[in-house]
Design a protein around this ligand. Structure first.
Ligand code: TUI
Length: 315
């Protein structure tokens, strides 16, 4: 499948694995890249030394391009920004902020840069700053999110910039990919579907919650703190919802204490009571265990068939 994104990144299928903190390690990223998509090692809040190990791990598994996501709220963002250059990472994606201050040195190092944006304004700013593409991420996504849906955001970003746009938020199969391409996307970024991959290093409990999820299983918490996060409705998410109803200094402090380290508790320990199990709204469509190769093929084959036969829908 050839699009502006496969050409730009030198990959076979325009399917990018969404960054997932504590989850997107060298093993998962290498499996997605080896399948012909683009695997993304997820910096999260991890120290540079750990991420360097994951890059080396991925390089030992695949010769194909690998991406690194830099979560801009991380205290280690500066270190990871330099690590990507030192380790000759092919592609950088960013999240949760504006990576403008790093753009010049990344471009000088010949790295392809694709910031994740949740608004038209940031997409335009990123194009002016020299981004090679943008990833327009709708509020259907898991983790830290913006306010606008993929259906509304994607075509508006496509109209606002001249660089290629990748769609994200709500895509787990060929229908989602075909829909995003009809809205003008040159590729898709998927996170939640990769939680069902055997190469994905999450606890059994996390996997079970995703496979059992329905259309209404996720909730958004964290709005009062300015960092809304979508995750499965578990005991901790319910507690956050309760505390957020009447935000006070004391309840916000309690929230911060309860959510600190909660993603790690979900990913590594499978702690149902105290974990934050980040997930997109499309989890209801993720019903079986799979692997990265089959996931990438199923999404792209499905989209290809739908797009090729699209004319017959109105015949
Ligand atoms: O970044 C993400 N998803 C994430 S980051 C993350 S780790 C985290 N956990 C708890 C709280 C905060 C972070 C988990 N999931 N997606 C990309 C994304 N970027 N979504 C929204 C944004 C965003 C929001 C505001 C980007 C820029 C922005 O404003 C920047 C500016 O200066 O205008």
């Amino acid at each position: 499948m050839k699009t502006k994104i496969t050409e730009l990144l030198g990959i076979e299928y325009p399917v990018i694995q969404g960054a997932m903190a504590w989850i997107g390690d060298g093993g998962l990223a290498a499996a997605v890249s080896e399948a012909g998509g683009l695997g993304i090692i997820s910096g999260g809040a991890a120290p540079a030394e750990y991420i360097k190990e994951q890059i080396h791990r991925a390089r030992s598994i695949t010769k194909k391009p690998i991406g690194l996501n830099i979560m801009l709220l991380s205290p280690n963002a500066d270190d990871l920004a330099q690590l990507a250059i030192d380790e000759k990472i092919e592609v950088i994606t960013t999240g949760a902020g504006n990576p403008g201050k790093y753009m010049e040195k990344w471009k000088a190092a010949n790295i392809k840069v694709m910031p994740v944006v949740a608004s038209v304004a940031l997409a335009k700013r990123m194009e002016r700053a020299g981004a090679d593409a943008v990833i327009a991420e709708g509020t259907e996504s898991g983790g830290h999110i913006g306010e606008t849906t993929t259906m509304a955001l994607l075509p508006q970003v496509v109209d606002a910039v001249s660089i290629p746009v990748v769609g994200a938020g709500g895509c787990a199969d060929g229908r989602g990919m075909a829909a995003m391409m009809m809205l003008g996307a040159e590729g898709v970024q998927c996170g939640t579907i990769f939680l069902s991959a055997e190469e994905c290093p999450i606890s059994d409990k996390y996997k079970e919650l995703i496979l059992k999820a329905s259309d209404i299983s996720t909730v958004v918490t964290g709005r009062p703190s300015g960092h809304p996060v979508r995750a499965i409705k578990t005991p901790l998410a319910r507690k956050c919802m309760q505390l957020e109803k009447f935000p006070t200094d004391a309840s916000l402090e309690e929230l911060e204490a309860a959510t600190a380290g909660a993603l790690r508790k979900a990913v590594q320990d499978g702690n149902y009571e105290e974990g934050t199990f980040m997930s997109g709204q499309i989890a209801g469509l993720v019903n079986e265990k799979s692997n990265c190769h089959d996931i990438v093929r199923k999404i792209t084959n499905g989209a290809e068939e739908l797009l090729k036969n699209a004319a017959s829908r109105i015949g």
